[in-house]
Write a protein that binds this ligand. Structure first.
Ligand code: HEC
Length: 224
């Protein structure tokens, strides 16, 4: 009976199929672990994670605060790599050695009085061993401030020249420094001169516009 046979055959077939299905393992649960552990990367317009935004804002805020509190107001003199050095030199600014400054100022004088202060016979009187250089500092300051002309006797020799004024070109400290220098050089040994004395002489002789003569100079006293 072909029909019966057919029915029987299809019944067998179904039974085979079911058996096969039972034997075949289910792939989805099998792959579930793999799919969970290694998610495939996806691309797309995903929003930036909130923690990243917050982290960035925190960092930017901290950086701003750090700059604001460590920039010294952005003043040009604030940044100093060698702050330790600066602190030391700011506390005790090294005063300029008047002998060093004086030697530099003395370069203005060497054409006439010579490097060693010996002067030029008959033309420029010596500073080495000069009574005027080692004498009353206010008179020396007066010469430097206003100049000197006419007959002059230095170390027993006669001169009659023109010593230019320096009051309009040099500051009190510079004049004091060159005075200190010539008083302690070329074998001279007179005490140093302070800028304050030069200032006083400058004020006391402010009305003078001509160089001194020797006679005028000998009478000049501070406060007298
Ligand atoms: C252009 C030349 C010239 C220059 C520069 C010059 N002097 Fe004189 N100086 C003279 C002459 C000249 C006399 C003498 C003036 C006189 O005969 O009355 C003199 C006199 C003096 C005297 C008094 C006399 C003595 O020998 O002690 C002193 C101090 C002096 N000069 C210091 C200086 C100093 C310091 C400088 C530099 C700042 C200087 N002179 C620059 C020409 C110069």
């Amino acid at each position: 009976m072909p029909e019966k046979k057919d029915t029987q055959r299809s019944g067998e077939y179904r039974m085979n199929l079911e058996a096969a299905e039972r034997l075949t393992p289910d792939v989805i649960p099998l792959h579930r672990a793999v799919m969970r552990e290694m998610a495939e990367p996806q691309d797309g317009l995903e929003p930036v994670p909130v923690w990243l935004i917050l982290g960035f804002l925190t960092l930017a805020g901290w950086a701003g605060w750090y700059i604001a509190s460590n920039s010294g107001g952005f003043a040009p003199d604030q940044y100093n790599e060698k702050a330790a050095f600066a602190a030391v030199s700011a506390e005790a600014p090294k005063p300029v050695d008047p002998m060093v400054l004086g030697r530099r100022i003395y370069n203005n004088c060497t054409t006439c009085h010579q490097d060693d202060g010996s002067g030029v016979e008959g033309a420029f009187p010596p500073l080495a061993g000069s009574e005027i250089v080692a004498g009353a500092p206010e008179q020396l300051a007066a010469i430097l401030l206003h100049g000197l002309h006419g007959p002059l006797r230095v170390k027993g020799a006669e001169y009659n020249g023109e010593m230019p004024e320096w009051g309009s070109k040099l500051k009190d400290e510079q004049i004091a420094a060159v005075m200190t220098y010539i008083r302690a050089s070329f074998g001279n040994n007179a005490p140093p001169v302070q800028a304050d004395l030069v200032k006083q002489v400058r004020e006391a002789t402010a009305s003078r516009s001509q160089p001194w003569t020797e006679a005028e100079l000998r009478q000049f006293r501070l406060g007298g």
